[in-house]
Structures are given as structure tokens and as C-alpha cells.
Design a binder for this molecule. Structure first.
Ligand code: NAP
Length: 296
């Protein structure tokens, strides 16, 4: 068996990432707030910890994959959190999408225990996580990244070194700014065209025919046309990311007028009860306003 890893946060993404590490023969101790999810990994040989701190105890590497800054405050920095059990010399890797302030607090707390820290949010979805094909955006010390590369190679197909601590988090916020706009724009184009009488397949095929084509348009466009809003990445999480982006933009004195408008579209979707559905369900708000429904 390979090294000892603590893994905290077994949501849509964390569950698949921890499974990959177990299948690669690492000794993985998992913690999840809702314990029943952790029990799903017993058959792969996972050990279950009662607290995040206990998952970190004795682990050489600790990976966290949590919803948002509040979850990191609680499960990493809080009472019985990861920091309490982190060994001196261990490496803590936060894969959650958070804000630079949270990454900086985590770096300070990890450093105080004698551990090292990388912010390493991910790009990709549930399937990419299941296949070890995530893209990692890593901030922190380059030597620390090199020391942990073997573990990260199990969960990723590409590792992008972003720069000093916090750079991975900032890069991910840039990435999700784009994605949030793309899905909002796709939804508007489909609703607008369908209202005029165009077929949604024709609109999507045309988008995919030229230089504006992007795999995410084909993927989410077909989900919308097939009415498949099963959650790969939830509306509530993209709304969280847009809030983090706008708050970081405020700190940087950088206006993001289009992003501010896009954020309110996802806020509307969440307010209409779509928070737990996939974020492409934002199209339902546009459909309702226009009085049309996209379907084959
Ligand atoms: P998810 O399914 O909602 O899972 C969130 C995880 O955080 C769960 O394990 C949840 O525990 C835990 N959690 C939430 N609040 C907590 C708290 N206060 N204390 C302790 N644990 C808490 O989210 P996900 O889709 O896996 O995403 C995880 C992170 O990756 C997010 O930051 C997201 O933005 C980012 N991300 C997601 C995707 C994607 O496609 N889904 C892609 C790239 C990045 P419970 O099980 O008890 O609720």
C-alpha cells in the first residue's frame, strides 16, 4: 500500500476523487459531515474518521473538497477541524473553490502547525473526477507541488502551476467567471431563437460549427434540449462562486459589470428553487420570462 491520505468532503466531486485514490492503493481515511456518504467508500477499503481532525491525524497528505468558504472555516479551521490533527511536515491541499481570503487564512493556520499548504481548485465535472481527469490549478510553493505530484497525478490529467499561494484560487475564479457567462449566454440564445420559431438543435449546431464552438456548449446545450438537469455542478455553487468573484473584484477595485448581471440571473434561479439542480437549469428562468420551453 502507498502513503496515508486524509480526505475531507465527499460531495459530488470529493466522492469520486477519494475513490480514485483508494483504487490507486493509497491508504485513505475519509471524513464527511453526512457520515452515510463516507460509508459508501468502506467497500473500497477507506477508513472513516469521526472528525476532520482525526482524518488528518497520521496522514502525510490531507485533501479537502468542500462546498464553500463557510465549510472550510468549519471543517478545516474550526473546532475538530483538519488543522487540529495536521502533522508537522504534512501537506494540506484545498481543492475547494473558495476566495483568496480563505486560502490565505488556511495557509497561515497550516504553516503554524509546521505543515505545508497548496490551494488547488479543480476544473472538470463528476465524470472527470471519476476518471482521474481533473485539471488542477495550483498555488503555493513549487517544491511542495513537486513533492505531492504523484498523489495529484492520480486525480488529474493536467496540473497547472499558477504561482504563489492563493494564485490557484484566483485562477479558478477567472475560469468560473467565464463558465457562468457561457451557460447564461447559451440559455439566452436558445430561448431567444426558440421564441422566434427556430429549432434549438439548429441553434446549437450553428454555435458548434464556427470559431465560437466550445465543448461546454455542446454538453450543456444537449442537456437543456433533453431536459436533463441532473446535478453535476449545482446552481447554488455557481452562485456562490459569482459572489466570491465579485467580492474579490471589489478588493481589487476591478469593475465586472457583466458578471454582476450574470450573478443576478443565477440568484433568480436559486430563489426559484433551482439551487440543487445543475446550473444549466438557469435556462428555466429565461424560459419562464419569455413564455417558451426548449425541447426537441
Ligand atoms: P457538493 O456535492 O455540494 O459537496 C460539498 C461538500 O462539502 C460535501 O461533502 C458537504 O458535506 C461538505 N460541506 C458543506 N458544508 C459543510 C460544512 N459546513 N462543514 C463540513 N462539510 C461541509 O459540492 P461538489 O460539487 O462536490 O463541489 C465541491 C467543491 O468543488 C465546491 O467548492 C465546488 O464549487 C467545486 N467544484 C465543483 C465542480 C462540479 O462540477 N461539481 C467542479 C469544479 C469545482 P455533506 O455531504 O454533509 O453535505
Amino acid at each position: 500500500m502507498k502513503g496515508k491520505i486524509g480526505f475531507v468532503g465527499l460531495g459530488i466531486m470529493g466522492m469520486e476523487m477519494a475513490s480514485c485514490l483508494l483504487k490507486a492503493d493509497y491508504e485513505v481515511t475519509v471524513y464527511n459531515r453526512t457520515r452515510s456518504k463516507a460509508e459508501e467508500l468502506l467497500s473500497l477499503g477507506a477508513k472513516i474518521a469521526d472528525t476532520p481532525s482525526m482524518a488528518a491525524k497520521g496522514s502525510e497528505v490531507v485533501i479537502t473538497m468542500l462546498a464553500d468558504p463557510g465549510a472550510v472555516d468549519e471543517a478545516v479551521l474550526g473546532r475538530d477541524g483538519v488543522i487540529g490533527g495536521l502533522e508537522s511536515g504534512a501537506i494540506l491541499i484545498d481543492c475547494s473553490t473558495v476566495d483568496p481570503v480563505t486560502s490565505s487564512k488556511t495557509l497561515a493556520a497550516a504553516t503554524e502547525t509546521g505543515a505545508r499548504f497548496l490551494d488547488s481548485p479543480v476544473a472538470g465535472s463528476k465524470d472527470d473526477a471519476a476518471n482521474g481527469n481533473l485539471i488542477l490549478m495550483v498555488g503555493g510553493d513549487k517544491e511542495t507541488l513537486d513533492d505531492v505530484r504523484e498523489v495529484l497525478d492520480v486525480i488529474s490529467s493536467k496540473i497547472i502551476y499558477a504561482g504563489p499561494s492563493g494564485s490557484g484560487t484566483m485562477l479558478k475564479l477567472c475560469f468560473n467567471l467565464m463558465v457562468s457567462h457561457m451557460i447564461a449566454a447559451l440559455g439566452e440564445a436558445l430561448v431567444f431563437g426558440v421564441k422566434s420559431g427556430l429549432k434549438p438543435e439548429l441553434i446549437l449546431d450553428t454555435i458548434m460549427a464556427g470559431r465560437i464552438a466550445a465543448p461546454v456548449y455542446e454538453w450543456k446545450g444537449n442537456c437543456i434540449i433533453d431536459r436533463d438537469f441532473s446535478t453535476k455542478f449545482s446552481t447554488k455553487l455557481i452562485h456562490k462562486d459569482l459572489n466570491l468573484i465579485l467580492s474579490a473584484a471589489y478588493s481589487l477595485d476591478t469593475p465586472l459589470p457583466v458578471t454582476a448581471a450574470v450573478k443576478e440571473l443565477y440568484a433568480l434561479a436559486k430563489a426559484r428553487g433551482l439551487g440543487e439542480e445543475d446550473f444549466c437549469s438557469v435556462v428555466k428562468v429565461l424560459e419562464e420570462s419569455a413564455g417558451v420551453k426548449i425541447a426537441r
